[in-house]
Design a binder for this molecule. Structure first.
Ligand code: UD1
Ligand code: MG
Length: 399
């Protein structure tokens, strides 16, 4: 029986109850502070309090601050071990990175930062984490898959590239959730599925070796995250009473990156991000300005049918960059975009997001159904991730 984990669950239940009370109570305060958004997929575009991720994030921080002394005093008093300075620093620095990201996410919501800042900020917030990784582990060796071992050997020390990879992981996790967004409940919904996948994965690994402290560490953070996100989901799901803002997307992404890096399962973590990876690859031409990208790429609401349709972007093929032309033609050949040619030579396609792609495949659907479909895809991909991680991993690695 893991005593600190039981206390963690109890604190998380309290955090859930607290978030459930505080989030709706703070709605008016947010609107008064001009922190609101309009639900673009509804007939009446009323003010909805935005950036409520900051409330969830603060409750998460309070819960974890209260929890910090538990595992360490338990180890000293009951297990009579020496004070684990390394583990303590890891937990503190994990919270520092998450705290930084909540602050930066909130700044983004208030100031509407440019895209290049969205890439720089998570990198900066990961620096303390990478520093602790350097001091505590500094393991930059990657175990090679069986097929390429004859060429490169059993493992490869990639040195500084490993740190660049970890920094990029944080940038990816934070932004990937933010660009798969725009319909009620999707940001929190996907974060909940990923968090549940991490909990299941950690429990499986702890079942194999109950002393594996990296998985315990991961659970200490993910369980309170799950609790506050669950409370937020109650108000953010269709029809949204609150919006979570970029604050939540950054908070969630950083929490995942932190547990993946310090828990040493960053590759498995990426398996839980399959829909986000697909959405990122599909979005690439628009996010990197090779194809015109409107401020909002969320689906278009049709007030007559009350259904969501694909949102569109229009361009002249000749005016695109070489890379832009390449991607557009590739997507057309693969039949993964809607393609309409106007008389004046303009091309109209759907915006390149997974949400629009689902609409392209299945036609206009209701917002609630669309969120369910996307979360269904997320759950399906989690199942695929577990199949790759367990039965299939044996073909590539020694398990
Ligand atoms: C990202 C996306 C953008 C998408 C937006 C929606 C990219 C490059 N950017 O931008 O295409 O439109 O997220 O979140 O992919 N909103 C709703 N219903 C919801 C959630 C949000 O109408 O369920 C609208 C509200 O007006 C809200 C706004 O989206 O105020 C929030 O957008 P914001 O998070 O600021 O957009 P970005 O993250 O910059
Ligand atoms: Mg956003």
């Amino acid at each position: 029986m893991n005593f600190p984990l039981i206390i963690n669950v109890l604190i998380s239940v309290c955090a859930y109850l607290m978030a459930k009370r505080i989030i709706p109570a703070m709605g008016d305060m947010f609107i008064k502070a001009n922190l609101f958004g309009q639900d673009l997929c509804k007939k009446d575009k009323k003010k909805i309090p935005e950036s409520q991720g900051v409330v969830a994030g603060c409750i998460f921080l309070v819960a974890t601050f209260i929890f910090i002394p538990i595992p360490f005093s338990y180890q000293q008093i009951v297990d009579k071990k020496e004070f684990p300075h390394e583990e303590f620093v890891e937990l503190i620095v994990a919270l520092l990175s998450i705290c930084c990201m909540i602050l930066l996410g909130f700044a983004d919501d208030v100031l509407d930062l440019r895209w290049r800042h969205k890439l720089i900020l998570p990198t900066v917030a990961t620096l303390p984490l990478l520093m602790v990784y350097y001091v505590n582990f500094n393991s930059t060796t990657v175990i090679m898959p069986k097929i390429i071992r004859p060429l490169v050997g059993m493992s490869l020390d990639i040195g500084v590239l490993y740190y660049i990879y970890m920094g990029m992981l944080a940038v990816f996790c934070t932004n990937a959730i933010n660009i798969l967004a725009g319909i009620n409940g999707l940001e929190v919904g996907q974060a909940l599925v990923i968090a549940c996948s991490i909990v299941i994965f950690n429990c499986i690994e702890l079942g194999r070796d109950s002393t594996a402290r990296t998985y315990q560490f991961s659970l200490y953070l993910i369980i309170p995250f799950l609790a506050v996100s669950l409370a937020l989901w109650k108000f953010n799901r269709f029809p949204s009473k609150v919006f979570v803002g970029d604050t939540f997307c950054y908070f969630a992404g950083m929490t995942f990156a932190v547990v993946g890096i310090l828990g040493h399962f960053s590759k498995t973590l990426l398996l839980f991000f399959i829909p986000q990876i697909i959405n990122f690859l599909y979005s690439f031409p628009q996010v990197f300005c090779q194809v015109p990208c409107p401020r909002h790429r969320l689906p278009k609401y049709n007030p007559e049918t009350d259904l969501l349709e694909t949102s569109k972007t229009t361009f002249h093929l000749d005016k695109l960059t070489f890379l832009g032309k390449f991607f557009v033609v590739l997507f057309k050949t693969l039949h993964i975009i809607q393609w309409t040619e106007g008389k004046d030579g303009t091309i109209t396609t759907n915006n390149f997001t997974l949400i629009n792609f689902i609409l392209y495949l299945f036609g206009p659907v209701h917002e609630k159904v669309l969120t369910q479909m996307l979360l269904g895809v997320q759950i399906l991909c989690t199942c695929v991730a577990f199949i790759i991680r367990y039965p299939l991993a044996g073909y590539f690695y020694d398990t």
